[in-house]
Design a protein around this ligand. Structure first.
Ligand code: RNT
Ligand code: ZN
Length: 419
C-alpha cells in the first residue's frame, strides 16, 4: 500500500488552491445518509412464508450462489457489506421482508412482524426506511391501488395504511425518520381504452391511505413513477406526470417525488429533472440505480449520470434535503460485492461532487465568463480525487482500494457457498 497520509496531504494542497477545505468536505460527505436497500441480498424474494416468485414487471437475472434465505442471513450479509461502505447508512426494508412465524397477508402486517429489523437497527444505531410491496402477490395480477375491482383495491389500500404505521414504528424505535417509498407496478401490456379511470382510482387510493394515517409521525412518503415494466409495456398508471401531479397537488411536506434513475425513457436523465422538481418541492427521494437500455437495475457505477446527480445536488445546495437510496438487484455476481460496489460508487460520486469549486464556477457563470465556466468544470474531472477517497476509506476503516474484495471472497467461501 502506498503512503495514504502523504497522498492526502498533497491532495489537500491541490484543493486548497481552489479554496476547497477537504476536511470539511469529508465531514459533510460522511454525515449524509445513504439508504441501502435490503433486497439486493436475495434477489427481491423476501421472507414471507409463501410460494411464488418476483412479479410486478421487475426482474433479477443471474443465478450466482449464496443468496440469503432468512432474516438472520440477510442481516449478516448486510452487516458484512456495510463494513466496507463509508459514511452514514440507513437500511431500506420492503414489506415482503416481514418475519412472522406463519404467513401473514399484506393487509394484516403490523409492527410486530418487523421487530427483528427494528431491534437490530436500534442496536446498530442506524435508521430504517420502508416500502409497501404491491407486487409478488396473487392479488396484484390485475393491478393494486388502481384496480377496478373494489375488493382488491381495498386490500391494497389497507396494505398502504399498515406500511405507514410500520414506518412510524421504525421512527419511534430508531429515533430516525422513516422514508417510505410507494411504488405500484399497475399498468397494461396493451394500450387500454380507459387511461383516466385507473389514475383516478390510484389518486383516490393514495388519498385514502394518507387520510387514514394522517396522525402517524416521523414518516416521509416518496411517490415513485415509472415509464414501463416488463409485461406492462404500453401503460403505467403511476406515470411521471401522474406522480408529479399527485405530489404537487398534495402540497404536504412529507409527500415528495421519488426519482428512480431507471424509470425514464433512455435519453432522459434524472439529473436534468432535479432542479425543476425542487422548484416546487423542498425535497426528493432518489433511487440510485443503473439502467442498461431499460430499467435493468444493474449495480450503480461511478458513471457520468451518478456524478451529475450529485453535482446537481451540491450545486443547488440540496444535498441535505435529499433522501438518497439505492435500488438495484443483480443476481449474476456476489451479492455482497454488488452492494459494496454500488454503495461505494454512490458515496464516491457524492465526494467527487463535493470536491469542486462551486462558488468559483457560479461566479464565472454570473460574470458571463462562459469560457472560464467550461474550463473549471473540465479541469476538475481529473483532480486528484482518488487520494482523498482512499484516505476517507482508511480513516473510516472501510478498506482502501480493493482490500475489501479478498475479504468478501473469504466470506463467500466460508459462509455463502455453504448455504
Ligand atoms: C421498481 C421500482 C421499485 C423497486 C423496489 C424493489 O421498478 O424501482 O423501487 O425496485 O420496490
Ligand atoms: Zn426504484
Amino acid at each position: 500500500m502506498y503512503d495514504i497520509e502523504k497522498g492526502y496531504e498533497l491532495a489537500k494542497e491541490y484543493y486548497a488552491q481552489y479554496g476547497i477545505d477537504v476536511d470539511k468536505v469529508l465531514e459533510i460527505c460522511d454525515k449524509t445518509p445513504i439508504s441501502m436497500h435490503c433486497w439486493q441480498g436475495d434477489d427481491v424474494n423476501g421472507l414471507e412464508k409463501k410460494e411464488g416468485g418476483l412479479t410486478g414487471g421487475i426482474q433479477t437475472t443471474g443465478n450466482y450462489p449464496g443468496a440469503a434465505r432468512t432474516g438472520e442471513e440477510l442481516r449478516a450479509d448486510i452487516e458484512k457489506a456495510m463494513s466496507y461502505i463509508p459514511g452514514e447508512l440507513k437500511v431500506n426494508v420492503h414489506a415482503n421482508y416481514q418475519e412472522a412465524d406463519t404467513f401473514v397477508d399484506r393487509n394484516e402486517i403490523g409492527p410486530e412482524h418487523f421487530e427483528k429489523w427494528a431491534n437490530w437497527a436500534k442496536e446498530k444505531g442506524i435508521g430504517l426506511d420502508f416500502n409497501p410491496t404491491y407486487f409478488s402477490h396473487p392479488k396484484a395480477e390485475n393491478g393494486t391501488l388502481s384496480c377496478s375491482d373494489e375488493e382488491t383495491r381495498k386490500f391494497w389500500i389497507e396494505h398502504g395504511i399498515r406500511c405507514r404505521q410500520i414506518g412510524e414504528y421504525f421512527y419511534k424505535t430508531t429515533g430516525k425518520p422513516c422514508v417510505i417509498n410507494h411504488w405500484t407496478p399497475d399498468g397494461d401490456k396493451e394500450f387500454p381504452v380507459d387511461t383516466l379511470g385507473p389514475r383516478m382510482r390510484l389518486k383516490d387510493s393514495y388519498d385514502q391511505i394518507f387520510k387514514a394515517t394522517e396522525n402517524v409521525e416521523g414518516v416521509i412518503d416518496g411517490i415513485e413513477s415509472k415509464v414501463f415494466g416488463i409485461g406492462l409495456e404500453s401503460f403505467t398508471a403511476g406515470s411521471h406526470e401522474f406522480c408529479m401531479g399527485y405530489v404537487m397537488k398534495a402540497n404536504k411536506d412529507h409527500i415528495i417525488m421519488t426519482l428512480d434513475t431507471g424509470h425514464y425513457h433512455p435519453t432522459e436523465v434524472v439529473s436534468a429533472k432535479l432542479a425543476s422538481v425542487l422548484t416546487f418541492s423542498n425535497s426528493v427521494l432518489l433511487h440510485v440505480s443503473r439502467p442498461i437500455r431499460w430499467d435493468s437495475d444493474h449495480v450503480v457505477a461511478f458513471d457520468d449520470e451518478t456524478k451529475s446527480i450529485m453535482e446537481e445536488l451540491v450545486r443547488m445546495n440540496k444535498l441535505q434535503d435529499t433522501y438518497i437510496a439505492t435500488d438495484f438487484f443483480d443476481a449474476s455476481i456476489n451479492r455482497i460485492a454488488a452492494w459494496v460496489i454500488g454503495l461505494r460508487n454512490t458515496r464516491k460520486a457524492m465526494l467527487y461532487a463535493l470536491l469542486q469549486p462551486v462558488e468559483m464556477m457560479k461566479k464565472a457563470e454570473a460574470d458571463g465568463d462562459v469560457s472560464a465556466r467550461l474550463a473549471i468544470t473540465q479541469e476538475f474531472k481529473a483532480a486528484p480525487f482518488a487520494l482523498v477517497w482512499d484516505y476517507y476509506c482508511q480513516k473510516t476503516n472501510k478498506g482502501v482500494g480493493l482490500e475489501w474484495l479478498d475479504e468478501v471472497r473469504e466470506y463467500e467461501k466460508d459462509v455463502l457457498l455453504k448455504r
